[in-house]
Design a protein around this ligand. Structure first.
Ligand code: NAD
Ligand code: UGA
Length: 475
């Protein structure tokens, strides 16, 4: 008896930070399966197809080599969504699911218009039996919506030789940016939620090409959808917790690194995700917690909603707290002061700036009148421009009382004549900075604000710099 549907062709709708790397890893590990990654964004697709591997639209260590190995062999990036769907036995939905900006649930609920649009495309073009896999992070019970859309096309599929049928699975992605390839190659678990045993086994069969079967968890649809939101909420909660304690350290004389180390050695707590910083960024933590808050309120669980909302409040407070400290230390005004920002991406080893704490902190400093010089090894000027223009009419304005920003592509050039350096992202090259060179070109008193606790503080101090590090009492 057949235990799973044979999968020869896969289509992924959405060639973003998840769709691109995930499908590249599947194509590499399953040479007998043809993988098509389809997107409406022509520019993005042409970058995925660029012969210059440094032009790939997503920067992830190790990704370029894997793309090179499989591209145009069994991995294709295309804008031909119709044919990619028609030919596929299995379709992953890996489109964006941001927070709604208007209408009911604005500011909290997920905007599912991209999920709905792609489900409608699948409903229209799919042939025969198709397994539809939710890869995007979505609210609990979204599989119901997808099923309804697909079901309506089953009813209207007259005229086709074979009736259209669908199975819907939830298969949330747990990769973190910057370590995506390793996370996909060696995941701690793969989660598959569904109610059709054969469909579950088919997806499981794909992962078994490189992942041990005991790491593949099978649950019902709703547990799988809720586990994804819960995992992100728990991770973000740890960061807000440690950032709240960092503030306590600064006023009590404790040291956040010592406290993190001491509590992390308790195996019940664990040592990961205890690194204090300028607040969590990225495209998902905030939106997934907001989603949890919205769902909790929707089901009448107001106290649950309030509980999770607090994680976000501490995050915003952390960003503003750091901005205020910089202003205070620089004698209460940033007018006519040059501040050099090291790092704009939301974490190291990615070019992603979505909801990066750097955005809010830079905006705060510009509003205080600072002239910023921004350097990031992977984020380009136009990306910074998009982020700093959004939601703030004041930023980049020509009014004299407001500050300004400038982009620099050289770390050491950026620092010349500045009053302060602010480290916002934990890039490796910031750990290796020669502070004797930097300090010799800065105005005095010269400050280093290290929100990631990564710089060689002793060297900076020995070069005459004043150093503020997060979670440590200023001596
Ligand atoms: P992204 O914005 O980088 O990519 C989404 C892509 O989908 C875009 O290129 C967009 O053009 C395309 N798209 C949208 N509608 C389409 C349609 N109808 N047809 C074809 N293409 C369409 O987003 P992402 O970061 O890859 O995230 C995708 C999902 O995965 C989100 O739900 C996110 O929460 C989740 N997720 C993201 C990460 C991460 O690290 N970024 C990790 C785990 C889960
Ligand atoms: C996070 C999760 O780690 C992934 O499992 C999940 O799949 C993904 O969200 C998602 O759903 O999008 P990501 O946002 O890429 O991954 O990166 P993280 O490493 O989780 O970092 C998120 C933010 O928290 C960054 O701004 C980072 O600097 C910050 N962080 C992380 C800290 O401030 N301290 C820490 O100890 C860890």
């Amino acid at each position: 008896m057949k235990r799973f549907y044979p999968i020869k062709k896969i289509c992924c709708i959405g060639a973003g930070y998840v769709g691109g790397p995930t499908m590249t890893v599947i194509a590499n590990n399953c040479p007998n399966i043809e993988v098509r990654v389809a997107d409406i964004n022509e520019e993005r697709i042409s970058k995925w197809n660029s012969t210059k591997l440094e032009d790939l639209p997503v920067y992830e260590p190790g990704l370029d080599k894997l793309v090179q190995k499989s591209r145009n062999i069994n991995l294709f990036f295309t804008t031909d969504i119709e044919n990619s769907i028609k030919n596929a036995d299995m379709i992953f939905l890996s489109v964006n699911t941001p927070i709604k900006t208007k209408g009911i649930g604005a500011g909290q609920a997920s905007d599912l218009k991209w999920i709905e649009a792609s489900a409608r495309q699948v409903a229209k073009y799919a042939l025969g039996h198709t397994i539809v896999v939710e890869k995007s992070t979505i609210p609990v019970r979204t599989a119901d919506t997808i099923k309804q859309i697909l079901l309506s096309s089953q009813e209207t599929s007259n005229g086709e030789s074979e009736p259209k049928t669908f199975s819907v699975l939830s298969n949330p992605e747990f990769l973190a940016e910057g370590t995506a390839i390793n996370d996909l190659q060696n995941p701690e678990r793969v989660l598959i939620g569904g109610d059709n045993e054969m469909a579950i086994e088919s997806l499981s069969f794909i992962y078994k090409h490189w992942i041990d079967s005991n790491k593949i968890l099978k649950t019902n649809l709703w547990s799988s959808e809720l586990s994804k939101l819960t995992a992100n909420a728990f991770l973000a909660q740890r960061i807000s917790s440690i950032n709240s304690i960092a503030a306590m350290c600064e006023v009590t004389g404790a040291d956040i690194n010592e406290v993190s180390n001491a509590i992390g050695m308790d195996s019940r707590i664990g040592s990961k995700f205890l690194q204090s910083g300028p607040g969590f960024g990225g495209s998902c933590f905030k939106k997934d917690i907001l989603n949890l808050v919205y769902l909790s309120n929707f089901y009448g669980l107001e106290k649950v909603a309030e509980y999770w909302e607090q994680v976000l409040r501490i995050n915003i407070w952390t960003r503003d707290r750091i901005s205020k400290i910089i202003v205070e230390k620089l004698f209460g005004t940033l007018s006519n002061k040059k501040i050099t920002i090291f790092g704009f991406s939301f974490k190291a080893n990615t070019n992603d700036t979505r909801d990066s704490s750097a955005i809010q902190i830079c905006k705060n400093l510009i509003e205080e009148g600072a002239s910023l010089e921004i350097y990031d090894p992977k984020v380009n000027k136009s990306q910074i421009e998009i982020e700093l223009k959004s939601n703030s009419s004041k930023v980049n304005s020509t009014k004299e009382e407001n500050g300004s920003w400038n982009y620099s592509d050289s770390l050491y050039q950026a620092a010349i004549n500045s009053d302060a350096i602010v480290i916002l992202t934990e890039w490796q090259e910031f750990k290796e900075i020669d502070w004797s060179i930097i300090s010799s070109t800065m105005r005095k008193p010269s400050w280093l604000f290290d929100t990631r606790n990564i710089a060689d503080h002793n060297l900076a101090k020995s070069c005459g710099m004043k150093v503020w590090q997060l979670g440590t009492c200023l001596k």
